[in-house]
Design a protein around this ligand. Structure first.
Ligand code: ADP
Ligand code: SF4
Length: 672
């Protein structure tokens, strides 16, 4: 298909310092969980992005010195010459597809706890080192600042030798150069503190040093948080953020601008932000500089991208998550296949992987992070060697993914679903506040399945074990999902409770009536209890959220959502009861118990809602065991978990069908 001519502007080359980016698609730096320990995995991931058409592909944060060590999280290093060869793999993988390679040089300052290196943390002013034991980062003196400038220069020279085209000066996300900029963290009274000009001094010197070191062949990009979202006490886009851009406007070769404070502000989930959500803060930058500007905002729609360029908001379309969900997004637009873009749903499971210290994963893209370890490609899958048939039972995320991947391998696939809809749990969950984008998991797979002639879909077709035996498929895969527990067993409560009148999310989705004071018991700890509390409170119910833990929705710490969840619940007047177990329901009250002291209490309760966990809907699988050949189960039916895990489980099943499931390749890091 020819490209839609309206999208042509996205494929214009753009000059960045001494280089020409082949188009406007710019993969901004993002973590992968691979870091210096797994250079081949990192290189394969970035190479896939370049192959998919991203004109600029950047690495994740790359430490310039052992005083900036983010262990146990995975980060790159350019501490010595031995770091050059492993990083050159990434630059080569990016160049192999004609893209420019960028590297994000990083010093965390008080943000680097240096757990591995045990080097004392540094900061502009003495301050508590974040994410660590109570440790105070040491105030940098003049010689520390001189040394620091030398580390940036040396790392830039090594980056150049490794083959990178764009070298970053990183003053975003609360890291060291930003700590110097912000009046909240810089309380110095020397030439590097006080007035804005003084606080900008180090950033200016870093740009000049980096240009001096590598500017002959490398572009120097500045990543700057123009608003730290702490109001007028800090850097704001209408105050000092704007003044910084004015002061340094023409100094770097490219501005990569965003909002900061915590990383969660920059990579807000779809539950709390819409596509293009940073424009309000970053939109002014282009009016103050002739240098190219890039920013992010979960851009997945080509129309929005064109609009960004045409309105002069930015010169590139910056993307981290959209490039994770679909590394081939630019190619699909170029080839006139925009309908095939696998759009990021904004769930932040990718952020959770990083925050848990494991390699990157993605709800929409099960091949993400598996490019080297398993040799999986997001757009290619090996043909199945024989003409065989497969029956997939259940059309939730797992069933849809399995059916699609099996069909792409050339099997004759029948996907059967008992309800009237494709999507399984998604049909319900996308109705919760802020989760409508989750429907993209279903929509993309439904769109792609419709293009596979060897796939057939049968709705309103509940299958019994006998039906499946009679069907006679060569392969049967059960994807019948899960149901919410009624016994209140969860993470904290291990005692089954007899609660005949209680409702579960399944009942609520099936339109069960909710009345009177509502008590929600959250012992599952992901989004479900919090999302229902939000929905019911917004509808005017009196809602109490009970949890054995310190806060509800604890897992949302990992998805960088918890602050926003709590803020929203508290604003809506939801009452939170932490450290509390549910023991029963009687006489219009929920009976409770303190998780620590065992002290009993009650709260008024007309509707009790249990969000304590799910159990597999695997009866069909059990009934078929031994009756059909080649029987498997996938997704929540195998292990109730995230949608990401369900999709991955299905993809893995389809990839490995007909092969031995060998352990994935492991990288052994170089000796240090
Ligand atoms: P997963 O996340 O693993 O895909 P879901 O719960 O989202 O699981 O989806 C399971 C799907 O399986 C639901 O759409 C459900 O209607 C369907 N299903 C369950 N039992 C049967 C059955 N016996 N025959 C056909 N479809 C079924
Ligand atoms: Fe987007 Fe979710 Fe994938 Fe992250 S995990 S890239 S937020 S779909």
């Amino acid at each position: 298909m020819p490209m839609d001519p309206r999208h042509a502007v996205l494929f214009e080359p753009v000059k960045i310092g001494p280089h020409l980016a082949p188009n406007r698609f710019y993969q901004t730096p993002h973590a992968t969980g691979f870091g210096w320990q797994r250079p081949q995995s990192g290189a394969a991931l970035r190479g896939t992005k370049a192959e998919g058409g991203w004109g600029v592909v950047c690495t994740e944060y790359c430490s310039i010195h052992p005083s900036s060590d983010d262990s146990p999280y995975a980060f790159l290093t350019l501490w010595g010459d031995e770091d050059i060869a492993p990083l050159a793999l990434t630059a080569e993988a990016i160049h192999a597809h004609g893209a420019l390679a960028g590297i994000e040089l990083w010093h965390g300052g008080a943000h680097a706890a240096n757990r591995l290196t045990r080097v004392p943390s540094l900061a502009p002013s003495a301050q508590q080192a974040l994410y660590h034991l109570p440790t105070t980062a040491r105030m940098m003196d003049k010689s520390d600042i001189a040394a620091f400038r030398g580390w940036q220069r040396a790392a830039a020279l090594r980056a150049k030798r490794a083959g990178f085209d764009i070298v970053y000066v990183y003053a975003g996300h609360d890291y060291l150069p930003f700590q110097f900029l912000s009046p909240l963290t810089n309380r110095r009274d020397d030439a590097y503190g006080g007035s804005l000009e003084n606080r900008v001094r180090l950033l200016r010197e870093m740009i000049e040093d980096t240009k001096d070191a590598v500017g002959d062949t490398c572009a120097v990009a500045v990543r700057l948080a123009v608003d730290e979202l702490h109001g007028p006490r800090g850097i704001t886009s209408t105050g000092e953020g704007r003044e910084i851009i004015e002061m340094l406007a023409e100094l770097p070769d490219l501005w990569d601008v965003n909002v900061a404070g915590a990383l969660g502000n920059d990579s807000k989930s779809a539950r709390f932000s819409a596509e293009g959500f940073q424009e309000e803060q970053v939109g002014f930058v282009k009016s103050l500089t002739t240098k190219p500007v890039v920013s992010v905002g979960r851009f997945t729609s080509p129309e929005t991208m064109v609009d960004q360029i045409k309105r002069g908001v930015q010169d590139f379309i910056g993307a981290a998550r959209p490039s994770i969900a679909d590394p081939f997004l630019p190619e699909k637009i170029r080839q006139g296949r925009s309908d095939e873009i696998r759009e990021c749903i904004g769930c932040n499971i990718c952020r959770a992987a990083n925050n848990e210290g494991v390699p990157l994963r993605c709800t929409q893209n099960p091949t993400m992070g598996e490019e080297w370890r398993r040799g999986w490609h997001p757009e290619r899958i090996a043909p199945y060697p024989r003409r065989e048939t497969a029956l997939v039972v259940g059309a939730g995320p797992a069933g849809l993914e399995a059916a699609l991947s099996l069909a792409r391998r050339g099997l004759q696939v029948s996907l059967v679903e008992k309800s009237r809809h494709l999507g399984g749990r998604i049909v319900n969950e996308m109705r919760l506040p802020g989760l409508s984008t989750w429907g993209r998991v279903r929509d993309w797979r439904a769109t792609m399945l419709a293009k596979e002639p060897q796939a057939q879909i049968f709705l309103q077709s509940e299958m019994s074990a006998d039906d499946i035996c009679d069907f006679g498929a060569d392969h049967v895969v059960i994807a019948t999902g899960s149901r919410w527990r009624r016994d209140a067993i969860g993470l904290g409560n291990l005692t089954p409770r007899d609660l005949p009148g209680a409702l579960t999310p399944d009942d609520l989705f099936a339109a069960a009536l909710v009345s009177g004071p509502v008590v929600i018991f959250d012992d599952e700890q992901y989004f479900m209890a919090g999302a229902w509390a939000e929905k019911l409170a917004a509808e005017g119910h009196d809602v109490t959220l009970v949890t054995p833990w310190a806060t509800p929705s604890t897992f949302t710490i990992y998805t960088n959502e918890q602050d926003f969840v709590l803020e929203r619940l508290l604003r809506l007047g939801v009452k939170l009861l932490p450290f509390t177990l549910l023991t029963g329901q009687a006489g219009g009250a929920a009976q409770l118990e303190c998780a620590y002291t065992g002290k009993a209490s009650e709260v008024p309760c007309a509707s009790l809602i249990l969000c304590s966990g799910r159990i597999a809907e695997d009866g069909l699988f059990q009934a078929l065991s031994g009756r059909v050949k080649n029987l498997d189960r996938i997704g929540d039916c195998l292990q109730p978990s995230s949608i990401a895990d369900a999709v991955y489980s299905a993809h893995r099943y389809a990839r490995l069908l007909g092969q031995d499931d060998l352990p994935p390749a492991r990288e052994f890091p170089p000796l240090r």
